[in-house]
Design a protein around this ligand. Structure first.
Ligand code: G3P
Length: 409
């Protein structure tokens, strides 16, 4: 089995439904054997190049981790193109899909079937711009020069959207990761007990405001929550200097094995995170509002980073853009193990977007989860089923099945 390597593939399309073709290609690449998508760029619009094509192109780059050889990747690209309906055409002509192998980590090759790096990568802004976005540290395998440096002098390309990530690997998943975990954002024991009965809640987050709202003893409340939900329970320190925060954190961690110590994203908070995480105590770094804060927390060993998307939306900033950026940055550096915990969630759409962006966890208030269940058509459909069932002569399923089973001895 070849050691997996990072490889970048350039996608381009101008005929038919270009956006759908790019999405299909990303999914198909993610489904290749020994391969998974670890990052995707946004989708860029570029004018027809080469003087043959007449329609504008949509371009994007997908970065995969793969154990396939460059030739196998090129052949798979051809196969995906033909599956999308690509027919042989003149060079530079309009096409339904183009899949070009641009770069494979550490490989320079003159193989005519898989020249690496792609010989025209350096002077194609429609490949260079999305490449550097999806793989910022991408470098020439021989010179070691970063492609980002080449970009500086190049034209800016209009980004027209994000490339839907392959369902197989929603977002840049890390190996072995499971579906988005559901945390409850409350310190109210009644809400926690009821939510626990649903069987889908994986953890709880609290903060000083949520604790204050309950008017109960802090430590006992945290302990009670840990006995109701057998999963990570975030308890926040309130000291402002690192030594005191560390003392509070060490003590909170002794309340129950489920306790995760929550600290604010301040310099003192990060010092505390570094100290506690190096002692094996899980830390949730909270009040994150920009991507570099998230990288700082990850480098300090945080188990969770809590970007507050609702509070960004409150000030007319795009909270979901922050989540996407953090997921992307973490994906670029697989050695980082910090999980993205989307927080300050205000409504069901935030939950959908967090899952689409590949967030590891979402924490939401009780009422948001309640509304997640409901859909008018579900209720209407169920009511119709039950009404129709009223017309069935024998409506007692338990009785029927028991009789049927006993009749078969
Ligand atoms: O627990 C942190 C966070 O979820 C707070 O949310 O609604 O107060 O912005 P919110």
């Amino acid at each position: 089995m070849r050691t997996p390597r990072r490889a970048a593939l350039g996608l381009g399309a101008s005929l038919g439904d270009p956006a759908a073709a790019l999405a299909l290609a990303a999914r198909a690449l993610d489904a290749l054997p020994g391969t998974r998508v670890i990052a995707t760029s946004r989708v860029y619009w570029s004018p027809p190049a080469g003087g043959v094509a007449r329609r504008p192109f949509l371009n994007a780059v997908v970065v995969v981790e793969t154990s396939l050889s460059p030739r196998e990747l090129v052949r798979a690209g051809r196969e995906i193109e033909s599956r999308a309906g690509r027919r042989a055409s003149r060079r530079w002509a309009d096409r339904v899909l183009d899949v070009d192998l641009l770069l494979v980590e550490g490989i320079a090759s003159r193989d005519p079937e898989a020249q690496l790096p792609h010989p025209r990568l350096g002077d194609r802004p429609f490949a260079l711009v999305p490449l550097v976005e999806a793989w910022p540290s991408a470098a020439h395998p021989v010179t070691g020069k970063h492609y980002a440096a080449r970009l500086a002098a190049r034209v800016a390309l209009p980004a027209i959207g994000t490339l839907p990530r392959p369902t197989g690997g929603i977002g840049p998943r890390r190996a072995g990761e499971s579906a988005m975990k559901f945390f409850l954002d409350t310190a109210n024991l009644d809400e926690i007990r009821e939510a626990a009965s649903w069987g889908i809640i994986d953890g709880v987050t609290t903060n000083p405001s949520l604790i204050a709202r309950e008017g109960r003893d802090f430590v006992d409340t945290i302990y009670q929550i840990c006995t109701i939900i057998d999963g990570p329970v975030s308890a926040e320190t309130v000291a402002v200097d690192a030594p005191k925060m560390i003392e509070e954190g060490r003590l909170l961690a002794r309340v129950h094995r489920n306790v995760v110590v929550k600290v604010p994203l301040t310099i003192e908070g990060i010092k505390c995170c570094k100290a506690l995480s190096s002692e094996g105590i899980r830390v949730n770094v909270t009040l994150c509002f920009q991507p570099m804060q998230a990288l700082i927390a990850a480098k300090a060993g945080a188990t969770y980073i809590s970007p507050f998307l609702g509070r960004l939306d409150d000030v007319s900033e795009d909270g979901m853009d922050l989540i996407q950026k953090i997921v992307q940055i973490y994906a670029n550096y697989p050695e980082l193990k910090t999980q993205v915990l989307s927080a300050s969630i205000r409504h069901p759409l935030h939950m959908v977007q967090a899952a689409m962006a590949g967030s590891d966890v979402a924490t939401a208030p009780f009422k948001v989860y309640k509304s997640l269940y409901s859909h008018p058509l579900t209720d209407k459909g169920n009511a119709a089923f039950l009404k129709d069932w009223e017309t069935v002569p024998d409506r007692d399923i338990v009785g029927q099945v028991n009789r049927w089973l006993s009749s078969r001895g």
